[in-house]
Design a binder for this molecule. Structure first.
Ligand SMILES: CC(C)(COP(=O)(O)OP(=O)(O)OC[C@H]1O[C@@H](n2cnc3c(N)ncnc32)[C@H](O)[C@@H]1OP(=O)(O)O)[C@@H](O)C(=O)NCCC(=O)NCCS
Length: 434
């Protein structure tokens, strides 16, 4: 057993009695109540999921295993020669809640290299799809295509004890995660670089190999590490994480669960917003025809969007009520690496103007930017200008937290998810509507 798996087993064994005790002794304690507006309104704020990999505070933003983003980046060992930790060290951290040593991180890097090879039929499936397919449709199809590789599904068919289920789920999660950079870069080069593929480099880590296969020079390897870690987890009520947890609760394997979540991430109100931010900004700059944008012009463009009934992409959030710290973290990267880049200046100008416009508009509960408002400008700067690809990057990142989460779901024996629905007539009865 690998050192990571051994450590994870210890953590699981220590955690199980906590869940058992809560269920047995405190199962009737209330943690939430549900109003009619919550039932109609997408269960906003209803506390009915348990996730230990991360927690999202509305005012503070995300904490991964109890650590804020700056604390996480400061605590994890940096990849040698890099400003950021490796994705593999973060995988150890999000799975176990403990910061790995540099040697332990190195061990995961070596383990992932062995799991990286993608079956040829996946590339064949992708090549058979129309080139006009959206990169997210390709990404989801590639993951589903690999379902036959699932160790969990095979072991389940043979007969698998409930408490042992986490082990094949861990194997599937690791196998799948290690392959995602290869699949992502393949889709990028298939669709946008005439299928001129760059083979994986066995000397490189998850982020470094991704940058290499994309064909983008340093420091894009660090961009990849930062980007994947920032997008990894946002507790489990969001569409992608919740879908992955929900589908896995039927004891569907990690391949089925992840591809389902990727389909949810492809929605414009969720992950696709990062593509839409860049589309919005580029359309806006085209209309300006090379003129320097001013705050007034940006304000007008924002109002035009709102008046046409569209949302301002990259702004607002279902839980957050302040600027997303994932936005801030990427802004700091830009301030360091591309402070004078015109597109970065425009994004900053939008940040100055948009919250005021959204407040005046009076609908959005949170007028502040989310992660998607800032991520595209970095990609654009490093030459990845094909913005329909951006949500695939988000998906590779999102896989890290959610695959860790479903491994824990099986470790703690969580049951199939099945909330109760009611009819509109029942709501009217409850409200005493005549
Ligand atoms: C993220 C988002 C889906 C959250 O939705 P939510 O929890 O329903 O948000 P709110 O409770 O603030 O929504 C209340 C109203 O404000 C509107 N609103 C929220 N964010 C808005 C935005 N960025 N631009 C315009 N209107 C917005 C909603 O559409 C809703 O309008 P309605 O009452 O006519 O249906 C929403 O803010 C949004 O659509 N943002 C733009 C897309 C985006 O950036 N998504 C990525 C999120 S990480």
């Amino acid at each position: 057993m690998s050192t990571l798996k051994e450590n994870l087993l210890k953590k699981i064994e220590a955690h199980r009695p906590r869940t058992t005790r809560l269920l047995k002794e405190y199962g009737d304690v209330k943690i939430s109540e549900v109003t009619i507006s919550q039932a109609i309104g997408g269960a906003r704020g209803v506390r009915c999921l348990v996730t230990d990999t991360s927690y999202l505070d509305p005012m503070e933003g995300i904490r991964f295993r109890g650590k804020t983003i700056p604390e996480t980046f400061a605590a994890l060992p940096k990849y040698p020669g890099s400003e950021y930790p490796s994705v593999e060290s973060f995988w150890w951290f999000i799975l176990t809640g403990e910061v790995p040593t540099a040697e332990q991180a190195e061990e995961v890097i070596a383990d992932f290299k062995k799991r990286r090879k993608v079956p040829q039929y996946v590339f064949d499936v992708l090549r058979a799809m129309p080139r006009s397919s959206h990169p997210m449709a390709m990404f989801s199809a590639a993951i589903t295509a690999m379902q036959g590789e699932s160790i969990f599904a095979e072991e389940y068919r043979k007969g698998l004890g409930k408490m042992d289920m986490w082990q094949p789920m861990y194997e599937d999660a690791s196998n799948l995660l290690a392959k995602l950079p290869v699949i992502g870069a393949f889709i990028y080069r298939l669709k946008f670089k005439d299928d001129s593929q760059i083979p994986s480099n066995p000397d490189l880590d998850f982020g470094g190999d991704f940058a290499h296969m994309m064909g983008v020079d340093k420091p894009y390897d660090d961009v990849a590490r930062m980007y994947f870690i920032l997008h990894s987890d946002h507790e489990s009520g969001n569409v992608s994480a919740h879908t992955i947890h929900l589908v896995a609760s039927a004891l569907s394997d990690a391949y089925y669960a992840l591809s389902a979540g990727i389909n949810g991430l492809a929605g414009p109100l969720h992950g696709l917003a990062n593509e839409n931010v860049l589309r919005w900004t580029q359309d806006f700059m085209k209309k300006l025809g090379g003129q320097e944008p001013t705050e007034e012009v940006i304000k007008k463009a924002l109002w035009d969007t709102l008046n046409s009934g569209q949302v301002v992409p990259g702004y607002g959030h279902a839980v957050l009520r302040k600027t997303d710290p994932r936005y801030t973290s990427q802004m700091e990267f830009c301030q360091k690496h591309l402070p004078d880049y015109p597109l970065f200046k425009v994004i900053n100008m939008i940040y100055k103007v948009a919250p005021g416009v959204l407040m005046e508009h009076g609908k959005a509960k949170n007028p502040w930017p989310n992660v998607d408002a800032q991520s595209g400008v970095i990609q654009w700067y490093y030459g990845v200008t094909e913005y329909s690809f951006y949500t695939v990057l988000f998906g590779i990142g999102r896989a890290i937290g959610t695959l860790a989460n479903i491994t824990w779901d099986r470790a703690l024996g969580y049951p199939i998810e099945r909330p109760k629905s009611v009819t509109t007539a029942m709501l009217e009865d409850a409200a005493g509507v005549k």
